[in-house]
Design a binder for this molecule. Structure first.
Ligand code: ASP
Length: 372
């Protein structure tokens, strides 16, 4: 008995579907479904389509060829956005649209794949993780380092595996499949612009590694099997008044003032365990003033791997703790920024409750040793 699984692929742009324009630079292309995907035997079983879908109300579906899992037939529909973008052009509004689309089509499909440019996949996966407050189906972001138009594209395998994950594994959260691994959306980082393994999650293991089969250990899931209702609830709002300020040796009070101006939340990317220069007191004073004015300031490390705890280890980290800057623990900068956008629009919460929420693990994004 073959079970048919229907997956919606939301094509938003990115290298996956790019070709060079007349200036020799890559730009997203329209209609990759007919120009490429339906012509690739790895991504479309035309014989199956002709025999089973052509002339029916299912003919818009693309048929994934069977692998070993012949008891599941994966059919997918490509929903191409009118305006395809390099993901460097994305802002919170683009991810709001994606979240709304997942909600809109939630009951028509068994899972969702988002084709997304790699530059901001880590931001997008984090933002979507927060916006989808309840999601009972698997959501996978993927893309490519080499366009699908080229023979060496990694897009074929990424899309194929993302579709299989969405159709055959029940992982009710936002994830990223890339290279050979599936990552938690709030833990992933782009670590290379040349390697085929473009992503990693330095503070948390990959949810799964593709081997001859795709399997996930139940202990890797945020929610135990069967505990999430099959509904999609979204938090339909994000603050735009958040930004990230990287501490560097040439920082000045003017720079801090300029970045903090008009912001409700700022992510401070600090040295090491959460340290800043303290000999120039005006630098710290600017940050302290912002916290007093109820700007939510979060301290995240610049290190690829590690944590900023709620207590200082060095004198250079103490002042931030004392004035109420919130530790990000082992969150990525991308997840911390997304979480700020989300938490700041929880209008029912007081400032203190927002601070507490920032320190609480809500989407598998952090390990706060004080809460264990
Ligand atoms: N600039 C591209 C984008 O983010 C890079 C990629 O997709 O790999 O859209």
């Amino acid at each position: 008995m073959v079970t048919v699984k229907r997956i919606l692929v939301i094509y938003t742009g990115g290298t996956f579907g790019m070709l060079k324009n007349e200036k020799g630079v890559l730009v997203p292309q329209k209609d990759i479904e007919h120009r490429v995907i339906r012509k690739l035997p790895q991504l479309h079983d035309n014989e199956y389509w002709k025999q089973n879908l052509h002339g029916t109300d299912m003919e818009e579906y693309v048929a994934l060829p069977d692998g070993k899992d012949t008891d599941i037939k994966v059919l997918y529909k490509i929903y191409e956005y009118d305006e395809l973008k390099d993901s460097s052009d994305f802002n919170n509004d683009d991810w709001l649209k994606m979240a709304r689309d997942i909600k809109r089509f939630y009951h028509d499909y068994d899972g969702f794949v988002v084709l997304h440019g790699t530059d901001t996949t880590a931001y997008g996966a984090s933002v979507l993780s927060y916006m989808l407050e309840t999601v009972g189906k698997t959501v996978v972001l993927t893309g490519a380092q080499v366009p699908i138009f080229q023979p060496r594209s990694d897009g074929n395998n990424n899309l194929f595996c993302a579709l299989l994950v969405a159709a055959t594994l029940h992982i009710p959260e936002v994830t990223v499949f890339f290279g050979a691994k599936l990552f938690r959306g709030t833990r992933v980082k782009k670590v290379s612009n040349t390697r085929i393994q473009a992503f990693d999650s330095p503070n948390f293991p990959a949810l799964l590694e593709a081997r001859t089969t795709l399997d996930i250990e139940p202990k890797m899931l945020i929610h135990p099997a069967g505990s999430v209702p099959d509904v999609c609830q979204i938090h339909d709002q994000l603050s735009h008044k958040v930004y990230v300020l990287k501490v560097a040796p040439t920082i000045t009070p003017e720079i801090i003032r300029a970045v903090f101006n008009g912001m409700d939340g700022v992510l401070l990317e600090t040295y090491g365990n959460g340290n800043i220069p303290i000999k120039r007191k005006e630098i710290y004073k600017e940050i302290e003033r912002a916290v007093k004015n109820k700007v939510l300031v979060v301290n995240v490390t610049q290190c690829i791997n590690g944590t900023v705890l709620g207590k200082a280890i060095y004198e250079t980290g103490l002042l931030l703790v004392e004035c109420g800057v919130v530790p990000a623990f082992d969150m990525t900068a991308e997840a911390a920024l997304a979480k700020l956008s989300y938490v700041l629009t929880k209008t029912e919460l007081s400032y203190e409750q927002k601070v507490e929420l920032m320190k609480t693990n809500i989407r598998g994004e952090l390990n706060n040793p004080n809460h264990n």
